[in-house]
Design a protein around this ligand. Structure first.
Ligand code: F6R
Length: 617
């Protein structure tokens, strides 16, 4: 969480930084700020609110000249979101300025020490402590900036991606990372450098980037290149320049009003990209290098433990059904945040699958580290290539969803299910728990899913009408059974996070054990009632709701008449196998929450209090 951007080079820094911050706003949008060096002095402007608020303020407040600067968009941890707590933070002397993504856990003791040495603090942040700690070390030992940053970082406990600038050394920026991502874009001839939490702010300037690893720092010097060192022991690290594979188009809205809507509509392509080259229907095989290379581990596994958070956890729940159903391997699905702190029983025969869109979620990363320390084999399912979770896993498979910018996850969810389905099918084949004809049917049906998602997206107008009727509801219920119970949870999460309407997801049959008490004529209830999978039972649940006057929105298979006769509204999805139905039933629920949020005038892509990549516990 929090986005950081920096620039040093021949161009004007301001437009690069402000546009870069807009692209990183998905990482946090409580406040924003910028520091520019105009050749003589540092100019800092910061404000509570969005990057657009900063932009409006900057031009009134400071001159935007200068070829070096740093900027920040914040997701508040320490200190409320206000102007003072916004980054960048300047040291007491006014010489040093810092931006920081992460948390310094021991900031209070460091702060007390600095106060005893005469330092004063304007903000409540841990970051202002860090910049003054660097200044104090620099002063005490007469150190160069890079060395002072290194000594300071060896005293802090926590996580960070930082960029620090000293106005007396305007030709260099020092950056470092531990637990929060940091990319450095390298211009031609080493004559300009871009710093950012991900590569999106500099895609139009360069395709060459260096990703810092944890516990590394870099000194970036105008015209002189970058030097990477280990923070702990000062050893030199070889600079590995990667060529970026993403392009600008992928991170723009492409004519849609919101990233979320664009990403919902990208799902047919994202799913195809995810199974392409892996699902070989003519040969009736599934090829996934990460699985093939570790087949023994999977086949000898006592059980699979899935760790994830939020929407990725819901994809894990779908996977539990499919792994147990098809491959007959016992599965446990754990919230990463609980797993890491509850002393779980893990041993060498366990396979842990970590699911994460961003690949940076702190709790999931910590769960992986714990599992590895106990000898388990860890398989990562991530969307962001080269992310921390992808690197920390023993093996893995990427979802090829492309960049997901909308804070509410959509295409990540369906592509995660696609990857997990491929793995389950591959293991089922290897174990002989699926017949060859069933296997072929699954391959064929999976290949048809993108077309069927396109068909499901055609219900958009119908969903808009339904959204208008229920947009003012105070509560929503989502019900599903079997494979579609996790979809009910996901539908409720989508609505909560972007419309702020309270919603709960339940297994349909659990309703009678409590939630049924909530039902009256004001309660809209989305019920997933597709033909395959406990259909008759769900129809009975719908009857129970109807007799209590609840308003029923049925998600049904094309051509359904029985639920249509009972429900207030129906939304059709094409028919498919029960195991693949989540890939279709989730589509109308994504659209329902999207339209309700738009009608309520909520900020769909940047819902309050949230951020895309949760790098704090
Ligand atoms: C909900 C959402 C979050 C994420 C969760 C995990 O729409 O986006 O619940 O799913 O924060 O994030 P990743 O998948 O990046 O680990």
């Amino acid at each position: 969480m929090c986005g950081i951007v920096g620039y040093i080079g021949p161009r004007k820094a301001y437009p690069i930084i402000i546009e870069g911050l807009k692209r990183l706003e998905y990482r946090g949008y409580d406040s924003a700020g910028i520091a520019l060096f105009d050749g003589k002095d540092l100019k800092v402007s910061k404000t509570k609110g969005k990057v657009a608020d900063l932009e409006a303020q900057v031009e009134k407040e400071i001159t935007t000249t200068g070829n070096v600067g740093i900027g920040h968009t914040r997701w508040a941890t320490h200190g409320v979101p206000n102007d003072v707590n916004s980054h960048p933070h300047v040291s007491n002397s006014g010489n040093l300025v810092i931006i920081h993504n992460g948390i310094i856990e021991n900031y209070e003791s460091l702060k007390l020490e600095l106060i005893s040495r005469g330092y004063t603090f304007k903000s409540d942040t841990d970051t202002e402590v860090l910049v003054n700690l660097i200044e104090e070390i620099q002063k005490q030992d007469n150190l160069k900036l890079g060395k002072a940053v290194q000594v300071a970082l060896n005293q802090v406990i926590g996580a960070y991606a930082i960029a620090v600038f000293d106005k007396n050394k305007p030709e260099e920026i020092v950056v470092a990372r531990l637990g929060s991502p940091l990319a450095i874009g390298i211009g031609d001839n080493d004559d300009e450098f871009f710093i950012a939490s991900d590569a999106s702010p500099f895609l139009e300037y360069t395709k060459n980037a260096v990703y810092l690893e944890d516990e590394e720092m870099a000194i970036i010097r105008f015209h002189k290149g970058i030097k990477i060192r280990k923070i702990k022991d000062d050893s030199v690290v070889e600079t590995f320049v990667q060529e970026l594979q993403i392009n600008l188009e992928q991170i723009e809205k492409g004519g849609f009003d919101h990233f979320m809507l664009k990403e919902i509509h990208e799902q047919p392509k994202a799913i195809t990209d995810t199974y392409r080259g892996r699902l070989l229907r003519n040969e009736a095989i599934i090829k996934m290098a990460g699985v093939e290379d570790n087949m023994k581990k999977f086949l000898n596994a006592n059980r699979i433990i899935i760790v994830a958070c939020g929407t990725s956890w819901h994809a894990g729940l779908v996977a539990e059904y499919i792994f147990e159903d098809l491959a007959r391997i016992p599965v446990e699905v754990e919230y990463a945040s609980e797993f890491r702190y509850r002393n779980p029983v893990i041993n060498e025969d366990d396979v842990v699958i970590a699911i994460s869109q961003s690949g940076e979620t702190a709790d999931t990363l910590a769960a992986i580290k714990l599992a590895k320390s106990k000898g388990a084999f860890v398989f990562g399912v991530c969307n962001v290539v080269g992310s921390s979770i992808a690197r920390e896993s023993d093996a893995g498979a990427y979802t090829h969803a492309g960049p997901e910018i909308g804070v509410a996850s959509t295409k990540a969810f369906t592509t995660q299910i696609t990857v997990l389905t491929l793995i389950a099918l591959r293991l089922a084949r290897a174990k002989g728990t699926i017949s060859s004809s069933d296997f072929r049917t699954h391959l064929l049906e999976l290949e048809l899913i993108p077309k069927k998602v396109e068909k499901a997206l055609e219900s958009d107008d119908n969903i808009k009408v339904i959204s208008k009727i229920y947009k003012d509801a105070k509560n929503f219920l989502y019900l599903g059974r079997g494979y579609n119970f996790p979809v009910a949870l996901e539908g409720a999460l989508k609505l909560k996070e972007i419309s702020y309407i309270h919603a709960e997801g339940y297994p349909a049959a659990e309703m009678k054990h409590g939630p049924i008490a909530l039902i009256d004529e004001n309660m809209p209830i989305a019920v997933i009632a597709t033909k395959k999978g406990h259909y008759e039972k769900v129809v009975s649940n719908i009857q129970e709701i109807k007799s209590r006057k609840g308003k029923i929105i049925g998600i049904v298979t094309e051509g359904d008449t029985q639920v249509r006769g009972l429900a207030d509204h129906v939304i059709e999805v094409p028919e498919t196998l029960e195991s693949l139905s989540p890939l279709l039933t989730t589509i109308p629920l994504q659209l329902l929450s999207y339209h309700i949020a738009v009608m309520l005038d909520k900020n769909v892509d940047q819902p309050r209090n949230l951020a895309k990549s949760v790098t704090v516990e």
